[in-house]
Design a binder for this molecule. Structure first.
Ligand SMILES: [Zn+2]
Length: 201
């Protein structure tokens, strides 16, 4: 005779296993923990999830996560709107902001070109960036994608597609750990990488 877990627990496990970075074993551990936790604590967690989902939206300009669109950075008139830093994900903005080395604005691509994973240029927010280049007076794009193969390919694709007179396109690379994303770089490395950006041609 084999004892099976009650259906409410198996349902919880399969819901948790759909989250990024949570494998079947972690999902099981979290589910078993939750069903034995005080109701009030679990309600608080459930409310935080619902509230977060309800209140967070994408910034219509840069594509980052915000409570109010346009976001705080896009609406900040003290920032240099002629300088746009292009990042892969909204969380990369946080890494760059922490370095304190950037006073321009941002554009979130939403990924990197990766034909093997089915990510084509049209899946990214490149068209929106082209619209911004037309609508705003942007003088420089600083591409801050990871230094892996996909980051390289995407940077060169962007430099080619977005090239236009009067626009300088540079890329941070200097000192960033090879083959990694921005989240692994410390603040000093990131601020040096921004200072040492090189023009892409
Ligand atoms: Zn924004």
């Amino acid at each position: 005779m084999s004892a099976a877990l009650p259906p409410p627990i198996t349902e919880l496990i399969s819901a948790l296993a759909k989250l990024p970075g949570i494998g079947p074993r972690s999902a099981e551990r979290i589910a078993l923990h939750l069903v034995q936790t005080e109701s009030q604590t679990v309600s608080h967690l459930a409310e935080a999830i619902l509230e977060g989902r309800k209140r967070i939206t994408f910034c219509e300009v840069c594509g980052s996560l915000t409570e109010k669109s346009p976001c705080e950075i896009c609406s900040d008139t003290h920032r240099d709107g002629s300088l746009i830093c292009v990042v892969e994900r909204a969380v990369d903005i946080i890494s760059i902001e922490k370095s304190g080395a950037f006073r321009g604005k941002y554009h979130v691509l939403g990924g990197k070109i990766s034909p093997l994973n089915g990510v084509e240029p049209e899946d990214l927010r490149i068209h929106q960036l082209e619209q911004r280049l037309t609508a705003e007076s942007i003088k420089e794009l600083v591409i801050a994608l990871g230094t892996d193969v996909e980051g390289d390919a995407t940077s060169f694709y962007l430099a080619k597609r977005l090239a236009r007179p009067g626009l300088s396109i540079s890329r941070i690379a200097h000192g960033l750990p090879a083959g990694s994303g921005l989240e692994f770089a410390d603040e000093l490395t990131l601020s040096r990488a921004l200072e040492g950006r090189r023009e892409l041609r």
